[in-house]
Design a protein around this ligand. Structure first.
Ligand code: CS2
Length: 478
């Protein structure tokens, strides 16, 4: 048998680290790292990236023998293309060595701390965006110098920089949250104020927290993907990343001292306000992704591409966009109908095996910005939105933990236990009682939204329970 050689770091000079990235998952390696690499290749600069895993050592262990280089694979409908990225300079595992992470973040050469820690990583209340001071990691971080949470790392590292007379880094959030810059700023300032009000004042005055809109579909890497890379390149890469061709990054151009890579050289849109980009993407892409994830899963579809290949769901997702568009103000020069058409083509890309189960994760943290904001505006303005209400009912059915064949669902959500208990009330209760119980969870549904949703979501849930996901989707599709 022929032994495949392992990928090794290309023989180019290792960049100086200018960015520490918290939450080194597949998404950031397929997106931010590739874009920063492009920017450095185009314009230079000391923007190597030190990645930090906040949970487990897997990525570090896979990438270390490769000198932190890895293969990024563009999955185009007409065939894959590979490239090797060596913009990573190191990977740290926070729980193993929090001091090393704080030291990296305190290095004066580091100008940016970027984050992809997922919605739940901000330790906030999803309905309000404010810090959840009862979160166990925040409770820990308030009383320990070595933190556990992402906000804790940022606050403690900024305290060390201030004590050493070093300017703060820019905090660059890259998670799918509305007003993500203001959100992370609020969480960081709240935590800092509870630790040291003078520190909080310094961060408020000197720190920068630009908002961003990030977009690239990046399914989790599988063993088949590793084998594909081996076939395509002839080397074994233990942790490649797989992604669609499309990418879009809109960034509010507000960095400490203006220090950042030449992102425009890599096609990033540097703007003064990202709100319109963010609303469009969260509502039109992520909103329909979640709708397809819950209802597609219940209908037995494994991936988003499989789901939209089903004509019932193809019509359904277009109906969702028709409902969402009146609640979206298009960014300058963007035609929302064309944006929706492009989204459909991206979802339908058969080369992307993006599992409905993966997108269904953490629904309690995702629903507010993806679906509930749109529904608040639509229902408040008298625009009935049956397709979006059915998506909320789909989430309820999914979160209750059994599918339409009565098989258990592996629900991953920080509130999974609470959701299951609330949904079932210990009994196999029907859709009406379940909808009303779940709508009373005010960390997801603020009272005004719950009031607007009660009648239409209950109606949707009743149909969903009676006829099943596929037929329910057909009933609302126009
Ligand atoms: C997806 C996103 O997993 C999910 O919840 O909706 O990760 C989505 O693929 C990205 O936001 C696309 O940019």
């Amino acid at each position: 048998m022929i032994q495949t050689n392992r990928l090794t770091r290309p023989d180019s000079p290792r960049p100086v680290t200018g960015i520490v990235h918290l939450g080194l998952g597949a998404f950031f390696r397929a997106f931010g790292c590739v874009i920063v690499d492009d920017a450095v290749q185009a314009s230079g600069g000391d923007w190597g990236i030190c990645g930090v895993s906040l949970r487990n050592p897997d990525t570090r262990d896979a990438l270390r023998p490769q000198g932190w280089a890895y293969t990024a694979v563009t999955l185009a409908p007409d065939g894959p293309q590979t490239r090797v990225t060596s913009v990573l300079t190191d990977v740290l595992v926070a729980p193993e060595d929090p001091t090393a992470v704080l030291a990296a973040m305190t290095d004066p050469a580091v100008k940016i701390v970027s984050l992809t820690v997922t919605e739940k990583g901000y330790c906030h209340n999803p309905a309000t965006g404010a810090l959840n001071a009862d979160h166990p990691d925040i409770v820990h971080d308030l009383t320990h110098d070595l933190p556990r949470s992402a906000p804790g790392y940022i606050v403690r590292a900024l305290a060390l920089r201030r004590a050493a007379g070093i300017a703060p880094f820019t905090v660059l959030t890259c998670d799918n949250l509305p007003h993500n810059g203001a959100l992370v700023r609020g969480v960081v300032l709240d935590l800092a104020r509870r630790i040291d009000p003078v520190l909080a004042d310094w961060i408020a005055a000197e720190g920068r927290f630009p908002a961003t809109m990030v977009d690239r579909i990046t399914p989790a890497t599988t063993a088949d993907d590793i084998a594909l890379v081996e076939r395509l390149t002839g080397w074994h890469d233990a942790a490649p990343v797989m992604h669609e061709p499309f990418r879009q990054w809109a960034v509010q151009d507000d960095f400490v001292g203006g220090a950042r890579p030449d992102l425009a050289a890599a096609g990033v849109q540097l703007v003064s306000d990202v709100t319109a980009f963010e609303d469009m993407k969260l509502r039109m892409l992520n909103g329909t992704h979640s709708a397809l994830a819950y209802l597609g899963y219940l209908a037995g579809h494994e991936t988003i591409a499989d789901t939209v290949a089903d004509p019932a769901f193809a019509a359904y997702v277009r109906t969702c966009w028709a409902e969402i568009m009146p609640a979206v103000a298009a960014p300058p020069g963007v035609d929302l109908a064309a944006y929706a058409d492009a989204l459909f083509d991206r979802y339908a890309n058969p080369a992307i095996r993006h599992r409905t189960w993966q997108i269904a994760m953490d629904g309690s943290q995702k629903l507010p910005q993806r679906l509930l904001g749109t529904l608040r505006e639509n229902l408040g303005a008298g625009r009935a939105s049956p397709a979006l209400c059915l998506a909320v009912a789909g989430w309820m059915r999914y979160a209750a933990g059994t599918d339409e064949a009565d098989e258990p669902i592996d629900v991953r959500d920080p509130l999974a236990d609470l959701l299951r208990r609330t949904a079932t009330g210990g009994l196999n209760q029907g859709p009406t009682a379940m909808a009303s119980a779940l709508l009373s969870l005010d960390q997801i549904f603020p009272a005004d939204i719950a009031a607007l949703l009660t009648a239409p979501v209950t109606r949707a849930a009743e149909r969903l329970w009676v006829v099943g996901a596929r037929a329910a989707v057909q009933e609302v599709a126009t």
